[in-house]
Write a protein that binds this ligand. Structure first.
Ligand SMILES: Nc1nc2c(ncn2[C@@H]2O[C@H](COP(=O)(O)OP(=O)(O)OP(=O)(O)O)[C@@H](O)[C@H]2O)c(=O)[nH]1
Ligand SMILES: [K+]
Ligand SMILES: [Mg+2]
Length: 445
């Protein structure tokens, strides 16, 4: 990927649509404007123009065109935006016209953002925030993503890194002045005091119960239980469509059926699974294996049982995360007493009448809020963040434990800690991380 190229792409959604946005970024952007509309319009003003095929001068479309000269643009390079009529033929003709301009080519997925990163417009955590903002399904996810795009973690990590480098400078200055490799206590003590405060702040940020990652991924609820208990019927009733096959035959569900819910802003992934039982059917066995695996990894399990036959208890490994849902209460008549062998909450539902479903959904929303958290957005929202901050804190722990040992080792651990923070914001070791992050970007972003 050569950044002296000029790149272009359709940045808006699938055509046909009322409007399509084609973006251009790179040093030949002004040439491209001249070739397609015969001039470079006034910077940052919407200009109505006829877009023409450069060779034949045939009109392709009437468009609103914007010119953003670098470095004050989104990518930091010269950029332009064509707001076209969103037909497939219009878009194809404009992309073809741009490709005919020397030095211009189609952008790779995420290339605009990648250029913004290389020009220092966004640190890595902001790039991730942008990706999450585009992927956000619910309000709570959108808020978290936007706070990261605005630098919630990036700015904090930069601040930590700056303070760490100051402490490191104090220790290294002391090393330079001492003959025997020992820093005078007058320099070391304030440096280590700073490091202690820093280490505690980072540890506090890590002690968030994983709520940022959980919000990003969605709160996962698995429906599990004996065959024919009414698991798939419950799922269908909740999502108000026939997402899973229901039948009177036990062992109907084999594959895990996954649906996404937005419970007042809380993203919840609901999984329907195969009924748990011993079976000789190899396909059903695989279904049961998958059911156990997904229930084992879920944040919460709805243990579903027929209200008339409440004998099965959840397997040991999920019992502490299970709520019981007794189904088919339209058949069962009077509700039985709460099952005392199973800890946790109890619900009584009917997939036929819908009784008990609103109560169950309200409780799920409250639980998702409790486990994901509403208030303050989390600093740590990806495994990558957690790893980098844990490495930083561990290096600081080592530096502090060196107190009585060699000051050169203290300096080295501080350097390693600063490096982990540098990796978090994308200042060091960046290329391998970039490929992973941009793999998930769409073309035109
Ligand atoms: N009357 C009544 N019947 C129900 C209710 N829920 C499920 N059923 C019936 O119970 C049978 C089994 O329902 P399913 O939803 O397939 O049960 P399941 O737990 O998904 O079954 P497997 O996937 O085979 O483990 C079907 O005949 C459903 O129509 C309910 O609330 N009331
Ligand atoms: K069934
Ligand atoms: Mg089923």
């Amino acid at each position: 990927m050569q950044s002296h190229d000029t790149v272009f792409a359709l940045s808006s959604g699938r055509p046909p649509a009322a409007i399509a946005v084609v973006r251009v970024s790179g040093p030949q952007t002004a040439d491209a404007l001249a070739a397609l509309i015969g001039r470079v319009p006034k910077a940052r003003h919407a200009t109505l123009a006829t877009v023409r095929e450069p060779a034949s001068r045939e009109a392709i479309d009437q468009a609103v065109v914007l010119w953003f000269p670098g470095p004050g643009s989104e990518t930091g390079e010269d950029t332009a935006e064509f707001q076209l009529h969103g037909g497939r033929a219009v878009i194809a003709a404009v992309l073809k016209a741009l490709a005919s301009v020397p030095g211009c080519r189609m952008a790779e997925p995420g290339e605009f953002t990648r250029r913004a990163f290389h020009k220092g417009k966004l640190d890595l955590t902001r790039v991730e925030g942008l990706a999450d903002l585009i992927a956000a399904d619910t309000d709570a996810q959108r808020r978290q993503a936007l706070s990261h795009l605005k630098g919630l973690l990036g700015d904090r990590a930069e601040g930590w890194r700056r303070r760490l480098i100051e402490a490191q400078a104090l220790v290294e200055a002391g090393l330079d002045f001492s003959d025997e490799g020992d820093v005078p206590a007058g320099l070391l003590a304030p440096a280590l005091a700073q490091v202690t405060v820093l280490r505690d702040e980072i540890r506090r940020a890590l002690e968030d119960g994983g709520r940022g990652e959980r919000l990003r991924d969605g709160f996962v609820v698995a429906i599990a239980g004996p065959p024919n208990a009414g698991k798939s019927s419950l799922l269908n009733r909740i999502v108000r469509r026939e997402a899973a096959i229901v039948s009177p035959i036990p062992g109907t569900t084999r594959d895990v059926v996954e649906v996404h819910l937005d419970l007042r802003g809380q993203p919840v992934t609901l999984l329907d699974t195969a009924g748990l039982r011993d079976t000789d059917d190899p396909v059903e066995q695989e279904g049961v294996r998958r059911a156990r695996e997904r229930a084992g990894g879920a944040d919460l399990v709805l243990w579903v049982q027929d209200a008339q036959d409440r004998t099965e208890v959840p397997p040991e490994d999920i019992r502490h995360r299970a709520w019981t849902v007794s189904t088919k209460i339209d058949l069962a008549g009077a509700r039985g007493p709460a099952e005392s062998r199973i800890a946790g909450r109890q619900f009584f539902t009917s997939a036929v009448t819908g009784d008990g479903i609103p109560e169950l959904l309200a409780a799920l929303q409250a639980e998702a809020e409790a486990q994901v958290g509403v208030g303050e957005p989390a600093l740590v929202v990806r495994a990558r963040h957690r790893v980098a901050l844990e490495e930083t804190a561990a290096a600081l722990d080592r530096a502090l434990a060196q107190r009585t040992g060699s000051d050169e080792l203290v300096a080295e651990d501080l350097r390693l800690a600063a490096r982990s923070l540098g990796r978090l914001v994308g200042r060091v070791d960046v290329e391998d991380i970039l490929d992973v992050i941009f793999r998930d970007f769409c073309i035109g972003k």
